[in-house]
Design a protein around this ligand. Structure first.
Ligand SMILES: Cc1cc2nc3c(=O)[nH]c(=O)nc-3n(C[C@H](O)[C@H](O)[C@H](O)COP(=O)(O)OP(=O)(O)OC[C@H]3O[C@@H](n4cnc5c(N)ncnc54)[C@H](O)[C@@H]3O)c2cc1C
Length: 406
């Protein structure tokens, strides 16, 4: 990994990038095997790296400074993350552990002082685990307004009934942020986007049943849980934000999360590219190095184009978000483009490596599965494409045209 300062960036962002590269390139990547193998050596190394990250002031790039984070805007975070995500372990060792990180952000924005004390601080201190329980088996997750889980007021409690699926980290979570319907559809007390409320539910609440962990890509050891809620009672003060704010809170959470996913994808694509290009200069096939074959040169050139397009789109989106501009189209555009571009890059890297490409000797197979999965999680591609087209068409119907510059 060779990272030079970018002339157009501030000294501060360049400094963050270089210090991140030092830790990821020299401490994490060479030790991935040891860290993955677990045991005492792994635990000691992880602790040392985390301490180094904190000493360097690079801990929790997603959190405000008052909560022990870096206080980064999206742009700084985007430039940092394209380095950080070279290793799949990077985020975790820099204090960004999904889905806890998403819940932390939502608690920072919507939580009361009491909720922050009870749930946010232990989550930041890694004394608690959490999950986000929105998707349901019997309603389309791509249309959160259709969700069926209900929370009904009874005295000073919410009574929650429903059935959720794919609640990541659900097995280990101490609490879940559960998306609940708190208004009936025919209730005119709010528009269609104001029927939901997010409610904090401790996982040891009576009536909460962890049914099973859903295997992903043939792996049974994951943590994406199917969960049933039967007359689960929690205090009214466990509602996160005002009643009816659940849809907006979910959009806030998912919007930022989508940008983070894209930043991570770019770091991984960049590493895949690096692995691919190096290998092309080393491997001999049919009387010459891979790099001399035009098919392979095409792989390299097309991958460069995919990565540079993906990172510039993501950086642009981060810039718009930092300036509080309307970033909906940009977020949806990167959410569609970046994982698709990532799949193409990693597919070429896998192909070029023969058997090694699909083996676990390299990180490529894991990246491939992750990018494919991203095309579903946090909103499937089709829904994002629909949103892009809708927003663009709306401008033209309003007598305007689309301005790519803002
Ligand atoms: C690894 C992983 C982890 C996840 N973690 C979580 C989690 O922690 N918490 C959580 O709540 N959820 C989680 N999810 C669920 C994820 O958010 C949903 O899968 C996603 O929102 C889509 O919902 P759905 O699966 O119900 O698909 P559906 O809404 O049923 O859609 C199915 C398919 O229909 C198509 N489609 C949908 N709408 C349209 C349309 N208007 N026009 C054309 N085609 C359309 C799309 O191709 C879509 O993929 C996770 C998913 C994965 C894969």
């Amino acid at each position: 990994m060779q990272i030079a300062p970018i002339p157009t960036l501030s000294k501060e962002i360049n400094d963050i990038r270089l210090r991140t590269a030092d830790i990821v390139g020299n401490r994490i990547i060479p030790n991935e095997g040891v860290i993955y193998s677990g045991g005492d050596k792994s635990a000691k190394l992880r602790k040392e790296i985390r301490e180094e990250v904190k000493k360097q002031g690079l801990w929790a790039p997603h959190l405000p400074e008052e909560y022990g984070g870096m206080g980064n805007g999206f742009l700084t975070h985007a430039y940092m993350n394209e380095i950080l995500a070279w290793s799949p372990l990077g985020n975790r060792l820099f204090g960004v552990i999904a889905p806890n990180s998403g819940n932390q952000k939502i608690l920072v924005k919507y939580g009361t002082d009491e909720q922050k004390e009870k749930w946010l601080i232990p989550l930041i201190n890694q004394e608690m685990e959490s999950g986000f329980s929105m998707t349901e088996p019997d309603a389309p997750g791509s249309d959160p307004r259709s969700l069926q889980t209900t929370a009904v007021k009874d005295g000073d409690e919410w009574v929650i009934n429903g059935h959720k699926i794919m609640t990541s980290n659900g097995r280990r979570a101490d609490f879940l942020v559960v998306m609940c319907r708190t208004e009936d559809d025919d209730d005119d007390s709010g528009n269609a986007n104001m029927k939901m409320t997010q409610i904090i539910v401790p996982t040891d609440s009576p009536g909460l049943e962890r049914v099973r962990s859903v295997p992903i890509w043939g792996h049974t050891g994951g943590d994406h849980m199917e969960i049933k809620y039967k007359d689960v009672r929690v205090p009214l003060e466990n509602a996160l934000g005002a009643r009816g704010s659940g849809h907006q809170a979910a959009q806030d959470r998912l919007g930022a999360g989508r940008v983070y996913h894209c930043m991570n994808t770019i770091g991984q694509m960049w590493r895949a590219f690096d692995i691919m290009v190096r290998y092309s200069t080393e491997r001999e096939v049919h009387g010459g190095k891979l790099e001399t074959k035009q098919f392979i040169q095409g792989f390299i050139a097309d991958s460069y184009i995919d990565i540079q397009a993906a990172r510039l789109m993501t950086i642009h989106c981060a810039e718009v978000m930092d300036k509080d501009g309307d970033s909906r189209v940009d977020i949806s555009a990167i959410k569609v483009f970046v994982p698709e571009a990532g799949s193409r890059v990693v597919d070429r890297a896998i192909q070029m490596h023969g058997w090694r490409g699909v083996s676990s000797d390299l990180p490529l197979a894991g990246m491939f599965q992750g990018f494919r999965t991203l095309r579903l999680a946090d909103g499937p591609d089709e829904v994002h494409r629909i949103l892009i087209a809708k927003e663009i068409l709306k401008k033209y119907h309003d007598g305007l045209s689309w301005d790519f510059g803002v």
